[in-house]
Design a protein around this ligand. Structure first.
Ligand code: C2E
Ligand code: MG
Ligand code: MG
Ligand code: MG
Length: 293
């Protein structure tokens, strides 16, 4: 208001267009489940000790009739805000458990669960029922949470996490190191796995840039941070996964720093369920599928 009326008149149409785009997205999203427009892609995770695949992360995709493939980054936040993430997340859990039950090897399947899903009372029941319907052992399901879930850090969240743990479901801390108090979350709950955010992996390359080695690099040394997190994981008995590994050089250094597992385009991009099944069923399945396709 301090900017005067002119400013308002100037911004109103833009605001209006944004609100309309948002409402459109919301309406489309409300119909997307019924229209079966969502699908899951799976990104393999590789254990570095034996070079075997250990699991896959389920990543939602929205095949919009007009917009084409919509990234989860473009609709999950809104779904979260308006509560639609609860039914969408329920679909993801059921579909991921069904898909995993059909894999030729007993790999684990990791499902991202958002703060709003944790707030709803249905999560544990949904998971129990998804596992039972798919005939998937609880030990093969992994739940990935970000610190947004623990920000609410109330007893209910922790109670839910412990109930999942009691069922035999594993719990991972996703995007570790990006939040404000990552370390305190590690104290709040005994996670099975720490997923090191991929920004640290891409920062590894930064120190070799101009002026890097002598401390003039604009970024701190991502490799030192990865080394520290891997050590932390070892001390706490947690698996450590480096996310977003794209180059052989990153892989070499991550291995040297002691991470237990890796996930990233170098191993494989997220694959449609059929392609993953083909990969897992190939007689001489290579441990690494090579460069991103
Ligand atoms: P996330 O859980 O941290 O998932 C990892 C993201 O990194 C995925 O993006 C994946 O495609 C991408 N990625 C993997 N390897 C590489 C790499 O080597 N290089 C690069 N540049 N990127 C890589 P995606 O699929 O776009 O998902 C983005 C985020 O959306 C996820 O981050 C997760 O927070 C959220 N999300 C995805 N599916 C679901 C879901 O079913 N439920 C919920 N609540 N959130 C989801
Ligand atoms: Mg994740
Ligand atoms: Mg992540
Ligand atoms: Mg993320």
């Amino acid at each position: 208001k301090l900017d005067g009326r002119g400013t308002f008149r100037f911004f109103e149409p833009a605001m209006d267009a944004r609100m309309q785009a948002r409402r459109r997205l919301e309406l489309d999203m409300r119909q997307a489940l019924a229209r079966r427009e969502f699908q899951l892609h799976y990104q393999p995770q590789l254990n570095l000790a034996d070079e075997q695949l250990v699991g896959c992360e389920a990543l939602i995709r929205w095949r919009h009739p007009e917009r084409g493939l919509v990234s989860p980054l473009d609709f999950i936040p809104l779904a979260e805000e308006i509560g639609l993430i609860v039914p969408i997340g329920e679909w993801v859990l059921r579909q991921a458990c069904r898909d995993a039950a059909s894999w030729p090897q007993p790999l684990s399947v990791a499902v991202n669960v958002s703060p709003a899903q944790f707030k709803s009372d249905r999560l544990v029941e949904t998971i129990v029922s998804a596992l039972a319907n798919a005939g998937l052992p609880a030990a093969r399901l992994e739940i990935e949470i970000t610190e947004g879930v623990l920000l609410q850090n109330n007893d209910k969240t922790l109670h839910t996490l412990h109930r999942l743990r009691d069922l035999g479901v594993r719990v991972s801390m996703d995007d570790f190191g990006t939040g404000y108090s990552s370390l305190s979350y590690l104290r709040a709950f005994p996670f099975d796995k720490i997923k090191i955010d991929r920004s640290f992996v891409s920062d590894m390359d930064a120190k070799d840039g101009p002026g890097g080695k002598d401390g003039l690099s604009p970024k701190a040394d991502g490799e030192a941070i990865i080394r520290a997190i891997a050590g932390l994981g070892r001390s706490l008995g947690m698996t450590t996964v480096a996310e977003g590994v794209e180059t052989p050089e990153q892989l070499r250094r991550i291995r040297a720093e002691g991470c237990t597992d890796v996930q990233g385009y170098l191993i494989s991009k997220p694959l449609p369920a059929d392609d993953l099944l083909r990969l897992l069923s190939a007689p001489d399945r290579p441990a690494r599928t090579g460069a991103p396709s």
